[in-house]
Structure formats: structure tokens, C-alpha cells
Design a protein around this ligand. Structure first.
Ligand code: INI
Length: 156
């Protein structure tokens, strides 16, 4: 039987700290992601005082903020939350591409889980649907991913 290694959702050490990097662009949607994220962290025993939220202008800026939070060594994971909605110009592709690449780099460079909780949608309706209206909440999902990854990395 191979040795199985998996992260657990119910085994966070007390005092484990999480950082959220949240973009202000499309704030009516991103704030719903932040709410969902903080709610799930709290339900898994993370104290309010162990959650820091850094707000930046837009999704383009998230990688640098995530990198800085990860480098501080204060947090077990960094959760990046944002919302990029496609418009009539190629701007979406530049912002979404660099945001996702930059967040991946921040995670690999730091060795910490940097979670991609950034909505990339064609319409505002699709974004609201994924921010707690009818298709889940990507902020809540990102919090679960962060907790699982903290647990998994603690075992590797
Ligand atoms: N930032 C977002 O977070 N979402 C978007 O949909 C978006 N659009 O479409 O332009 C956006 N642009 C701003 C960008 O993230 C930077 O803040 C800006 O370019 C300054 O560097």
C-alpha cells in the first residue's frame, strides 16, 4: 500500500496566521470574496487577530503584495482575492495573465501557499454568481484551499 499524504481541513495549529491580499478594483464583488474567505477561516478556528487583510488598487498589483506578505514570514499562507472582468479591449488578458503568473511565482519563490482567489469572467453577472450569489464563493473556496495546503505542506 503506497504511503498517502494529504492535507486536512480540521487540524490547524492554534495561532496559525493567514494574510489576504485584496484588490479594490471591482470592490463590490471583491468584498464579497473577502467576506466569504474570512468566514471560512473563522469557521476553521482562525482568530480574527490572526488574519491580516492588505488592500491594493487592482489585480495587477496583487502579485507584489502577495510576494511581500509571503516574505514577511508572518503567515502560513497568502490568499489573493480579486476580480477581473473582460471588456472590449485586450486589457483583461494583460491583467489576468500577469496576475496569475505573478501569484504563481510568489508561491514558488517563497515556498508558501499563495492561493489564486481571483475571478476572471466575461461578465459582471458571472462574477457576482461566483461571489456568493448562486455559484459558490471563490473567496470561501480559496480559504479552504489555503487551509488544506498549510496542512499538506506541514506533512511534506
Ligand atoms: N483590475 C482588476 O482588478 N480588475 C479588472 O477588471 C481590471 N480592468 O479590467 O482593468 C483591473 N485593472 C486595473 C489594474 O489591475 C491595475 O490596478 C492598473 O492597471 C494600475 O496598475
Amino acid at each position: 500500500m503506497p504511503i498517502q499524504i494529504a492535507g486536512e481541513l480540521g487540524a490547524l495549529k492554534p495561532g496559525t496566521r493567514f494574510a489576504i491580499a485584496a484588490a479594490r478594483f471591482n470592490s463590490s464583488i471583491v468584498e464579497r470574496l473577502v467576506e466569504g474567505c474570512v468566514d471560512v477561516l473563522g469557521r476553521h478556528g482562525v482568530a480574527d487577530g490572526d488574519i491580516s487583510i492588505a488592500r491594493c488598487p487592482g489585480a495587477w498589483e496583487l502579485p507584489l503584495v502577495a510576494q511581500r506578505l509571503a516574505a514577511s514570514k508572518r503567515y502560513a499562507a497568502v490568499i489573493a482575492l480579486g476580480c477581473i472582468i473582460r471588456g472590449d479591449t485586450p486589457h483583461f488578458d494583460y491583467v489576468a495573465g500577469e496576475c496569475s503568473k505573478g501569484l504563481a511565482k510568489a508561491g514558488l519563490d517563497s515556498g508558501l501557499p499563495v492561493i489564486f482567489g481571483v475571478l476572471t469572467t466575461d461578465t459582471t453577472d458571472q462574477a457576482f454568481a461566483r461571489a456568493g450569489i448562486k455559484a459558490g464563493n471563490k473567496g470561501a473556496d480559496a480559504a479552504l484551499t489555503a487551509i488544506e495546503m498549510v496542512s499538506l505542506l506541514g506533512k511534506l
